[in-house]
Design a protein around this ligand. Structure first.
Ligand SMILES: [Mg+2]
Length: 111
């Protein structure tokens, strides 16, 4: 599935099943909530936190997809073509960072 197809599928779902998009500010809050759920899974899987019984029904794959869903909703309702936006981000990062990791510069004051 391409990103363009994903945007179309989400748009169709929202219009037919969801009965419309939440306002962008509501989706921003939902995105924040979903990022928190993702953080909860990661800190328990890769960090020091210990999972509770209520955490057992959450998994990394599901939470990453939940975050992606809301990002796609925000893009759709604000007219962002994520394929084109991603191309621009890739170009920006390549131009900015093409030598960054080959010749690391110390960030310490002593240099
Ligand atoms: Mg979630």
């Amino acid at each position: 599935m391409s990103v363009e197809e994903m945007q179309g599928i989400v748009d169709e779902w929202i219009r037919e099943i969801g009965k419309g998009y939440f306002p962008p500010l509501a989706n921003m809050a939902i995105l924040t909530e979903e990022v928190g759920e993702l953080a909860r899974v990661i800190v328990r899987q890769y960090g020091p936190q210990v999972a509770k019984a209520s955490d057992m029904d959450r998994n990394l794959e599901e939470e990453l997809a939940d975050v992606l869903w809301v990002v796609v909703c925000l893009a759709n309702q604000t007219g962002v073509d994520l394929t084109e936006a991603f191309r621009k981000t890739l170009l920006k990062k390549t131009n900015r960072d093409s030598n960054r990791f080959k010749n690391p510069i110390s960030s310490s004051p002593e240099g």
